[in-house]
Ligand binder design. Structure first.
Ligand code: KG4
Ligand code: ZN
Length: 346
């Protein structure tokens, strides 16, 4: 089965073709047109600008994804498109394009939840390499992106229990806001991580929010404010200061995530933790969380870097899993689908 994935929920226009044969999965193409350079000049994503860029890029990128996969529309068995959550104007571009292609070429179309894409993205191997979809349940999914911080118990395909989420800022959002305080460019995550590599992570004592609390919710707004207060006290904002504050903040975030995951694994009998979303590209996060949980015999799965941020290959996979497991109506009457900016995981 060959699935065309389409993703336009935020500031990446992406199209991918994924092939599934029994339980094997292969990404045949995965193209991502990032708009970060455009939005960087505004210090964050401007929804109207994002939608316009998607409109400009969507058709060429879908065409190229098919060329790269060496396929035509007639070879595609299913289209999976992100219907939410995300920016409404951006979502509409992907969704309406997908409907048009599906209608004209008579291809089934399924709406996909962006977060489910992230949740399963650790299954994808690099281009043209074969991965497998034989999964041991339950596993613990942690999505850490610019818009979301969600801890999910995955009991089976399509059986999700939300254990916790952020009550204010998402982790990626906190990285972006702290980067702004430090005068670094958007998106802040990669910048903070780069500076942190040369910094002392114990120079500033920052809070580990809500870790005393046994529930599994997160909060990052206070941590960002703590950085802001310390920043105001520092007179000499030289390079070493930027590096040290970056390292102190990055460590506080990773520590917080680890402490919450530790609470979760004591409450639920899981052997796998899967971390996904843009922030899971963070090098220190990848190595530290793996090494901490290896001691408890818990395997930590993290997607290939290319699948940590928004991409259409993960959307194709999530759409396939929905159809395979009959979790979502395979939309016969797909023309009624609409963008759902606050789409929930079901
Ligand atoms: O998943 P994603 O591409 O988009 C959303 O769905 O939100 O995540 C983007 C977020 C941004 O906030 C960005 O700063 C963060 O991921 N990010 C990182 C790193 N690379 C990207 N955060 C920390 N360290 C990184 N290396
Ligand atoms: Zn995302």
């Amino acid at each position: 089965m060959k699935i065309l994935g389409i993703e336009t929920s935020c500031d990446e226009t992406s199209a991918a073709v994924v092939e599934v044969i029994q339980d094997d999965i292969k990404v045949l193409s995965n193209l991502i047109n990032s708009q970060v350079d455009i939005h960087a000049q505004y210090g964050g994503v401007v929804p109207e600008v994002a939608a316009r860029q998607h409109s400009k890029n969507i058709i060429p990128i879908i065409k190229q994804a098919l060329i790269d996969a060496d396929l035509n529309f007639t070879d595609i068995n299913l289209i999976a498109v992100t219907a939410g959550p995300g920016l409404v104007g951006s979502l509409m571009v992907g969704l309406e394009t997908a409907k048009t292609i599906a209608l004209v070429n008579n291809i089934p179309l399924i709406e996909t939840n962006h977060l489910l894409g992230h949740l399963w993205s650790w299954q994808l191997k690099p281009l043209k390499e074969i991965g497998n979809l034989r999964i041991k349940f339950p596993y613990l999914g942690l999505i850490v992106s610019g818009g979301h911080t969600e801890l999910i118990l995955v009991e089976d395909f399509g059986k999700y229990k939300i254990l916790g989420r952020t009550i204010d800022d998402a982790v990626g959002e906190a990285f972006d806001k702290v980067a702004k305080i430090l005068g670094l460019t958007y998106p802040g995550g990669p910048e903070i991580s780069k500076h942190a590599a040369n910094g002392k992570n114990d120079r500033f004592i920052l809070p580990r929010p809500m870790t005393k609390n046994k529930n599994l919710n997160f909060s990052f707004a206070g941590l960002k404010t703590a950085v802001l207060y310390k920043d105001k006290e520092v007179k000499n904002k030289d390079k070493q200061y930027i590096n040290d504050m970056s390292a102190s903040f990055e460590t506080a975030v990773i520590d917080t995530l680890i402490q919450k995951l530790k609470i979760a694994v004591t409450n639920y009998p899981i052997k796998i933790i899967a971390i996904s979303g843009g922030v899971s590209a963070n090098k220190k996060l990848r190595t530290e969380i793996k090494s901490v949980f290896a001691k408890n015999n818990i395997e930590v799965k993290i997607p290939e870097i290319i699948y940590t941020g928004d991409n259409a290959a993960m959307i194709a996979l999530a759409g396939y899993l929905m159809v395979k497991n009959k979790r979502l109506k395979q939309t016969k009457n797909f023309l009624t689908l609409s963008a759902q900016p606050n789409m929930k995981i079901v």
